[in-house]
Structure formats: structure tokens, C-alpha cells
Design a protein around this ligand. Structure first.
Ligand code: SF4
Ligand code: SF4
Length: 114
């Protein structure tokens, strides 16, 4: 490994190779528009839930793509499925379906673990 003369704190590491990206893959297979998200944050800016709680769809999308699923699993049920985020997304991501699929994937994962 190259020695740059500094290191990144362990808690700041993003382990792309080691993380579980199966939830993001499950979503992309069924809702390909998820791939086109540019993480602009328009969805979060208009989010009904985000107005009242600490919930950000932009953050959820980023974490899912990184395979950092724990926070998403915890937070995703907060979404009320109102669909405002879908209306404003400049990339035409079907965000509402992304959320439904993420919930479905987490449930399947849970069932398989039992
Ligand atoms: S508005 Fe669309 S492109 Fe922007 S972060 Fe949300 S899902 Fe991604
Ligand atoms: S569908 Fe969910 S994430 Fe989208 S604006 Fe409504 S509450 Fe927010």
C-alpha cells in the first residue's frame, strides 16, 4: 500500500469491498432509475418526514450505495410514502419505489436470517 504520510481514522473508513451492497443491488435490479441518482438532495429538501424528523432520503441513497445499511434499516420506516420526492427529482428516480423496495429487501433479509 502507498504511504502518503498520513492515514484516515478507522471510523472514517468506507469499506466498499467489505460492505454488504445486496440491498442496493436488489433495488437496482427492480428499479434501475436508482442508478441515476446524483445525490443532489432535492428529495430531502422537499421531504415531508424530513421537515419534522432527522430523515434524509439523500443520505439514505448514499448509505445504501456504500453498503452501510444499518442506519437505513433503522430510519426507512419513517417515510410516509407521500411521493413528493418523486415529483421533484431532476433525474426521474422513482424514489417512492426505491423506498418500498428497500423495505422489502430488509424484510427478506430478516426472514432469511431466522
Ligand atoms: S432528488 Fe433524485 S437525484 Fe437528487 S438525491 Fe434525490 S433521488 Fe437522487
Ligand atoms: S415519499 Fe417519503 S422520502 Fe419521499 S417526500 Fe414523502 S416522506 Fe419524504
Amino acid at each position: 500500500m502507498t504511504n502518503f504520510g498520513f492515514t484516515i481514522l478507522k471510523e472514517r473508513h468506507i469499506d466498499y469491498d467489505g460492505n454488504d451492497k445486496s440491498i442496493a443491488e436488489y433495488i437496482c435490479e427492480r428499479e434501475p432509475s436508482f442508478r441515476t441518482c446524483i445525490e443532489c438532495g432535492c428529495c430531502s429538501a422537499t421531504c415531508t418526514t424530513g421537515n419534522f424528523t432527522r430523515f434524509s432520503l439523500r443520505e439514505m441513497n448514499i448509505l445504501l450505495k456504500r453498503g452501510e445499511n444499518d442506519i437505513v434499516r433503522e430510519q426507512i420506516s419513517k417515510c410516509m410514502l407521500c411521493g413528493k420526492c418523486t415529483l421533484v427529482c431532476p433525474r426521474g428516480v422513482n424514489t417512492r419505489n426505491v423506498i418500498l423496495l428497500a423495505r422489502e429487501a430488509f424484510q427478506k433479509q430478516l426472514k432469511n436470517a431466522v
